[in-house]
Design a protein around this ligand. Structure first.
Ligand SMILES: [Fe+2]
Length: 246
């Protein structure tokens, strides 16, 4: 299967599992929400893979910074899972798999990140508040970006698909997790997301989320309809030109 087929097949699964609004039933919420963020991350990676080989020279720097937003959104997602999110399910739900599964593709993502950063001029802002040091930028090669993605796509996609099965409502019930415990996880996660930077992470996740049949991300209307499109969007607007068309 080609990389793009692998990514699109996974995206279909995540879209299917994050339809409609966030479910009010606590045992369904986590599965819907994890499917929603995986949908966004899959869609973001597809947009990089499809555009990389044909980015005009004058837009390559913006594209590299756009692609690095994916890298940092993914780092952020996995760091939160390992540090805070999955420990909240423990000990009722065995979550020891998470770090091991992330390790199967982390090296590939780091290689992509290093290559992308090496294509930026000195003192360029990228990611979530990072700035490049003094460096002579490498020539950008979009085909190289695609081949680096080819290198981790199978392990990455397999993990993302497997992970949502761990959060299926029946499995949360079987693990003995109560509604109030799951509500607590939801509140902590909502607070964490609300604390993330608006002009990078929040705008990125909003823009790459497939919105046709889903209300993910479940942010208040003022954030989705006003702050993101009219305030947070502007500082990095050149990057968002590469976001998937809805
Ligand atoms: Fe995840």
């Amino acid at each position: 299967m080609s990389t793009i087929e692998t990514l699109n097949n996974a995206l279909d699964v995540f879209i299917e599992n994050s339809r409609g609004p966030r479910p009010p039933n606590s045992h369904e919420t986590q599965h819907w929400e994890m499917s929603g963020i995986h949908s966004a991350l899959m869609n973001g990676l597809i947009s990089i893979y499809e555009q990389a080989p044909s980015v005009p020279k004058s837009k390559q720097r913006d594209f590299v910074c756009y692609a690095l937003q994916w890298v940092y959104a993914l780092h952020e997602h996995h760091e939160y899972e390992e540090r805070t999110y999955y420990p909240m399910f423990s000990p009722k739900l065995d979550t020891s798999f998470v770090t091991e599964e992330h390790a199967t593709f982390t090296g590939g993502i780091e290689t992509l990140e290093e290559y992308l950063v090496s294509c930026l001029p000195s003192r360029t802002k990228y990611g979530h508040g990072k700035v490049t040091g003094r460096q002579e930028p490498q020539k950008f090669d979009g085909n190289r970006v695609c081949s680096l993605i080819d290198g981790f796509v199978n392990e990455f996609t397999a993990h993302m698909l497997r992970e949502i099965t761990y959060l299926e409502p029946a499995k949360l019930h079987a693990a003995g997790l109560e509604a109030d415990e799951l509500k607590h996880i939801e509140i902590v996660t909502d607070k964490h997301i609300a604390s993330m930077p608006g002009a990078t992470f929040l705008t990125y996740v909003y823009l790459v989320s497939p919105k046709k049949d889903s209300e993910f991300p479940p942010a208040p209307a003022i954030v989705k309809n006003f702050l993101v499109p009219f305030v947070f969007y502007w500082p990095n607007r050149k990057l968002w030109k590469f976001a998937p068309k809805q």
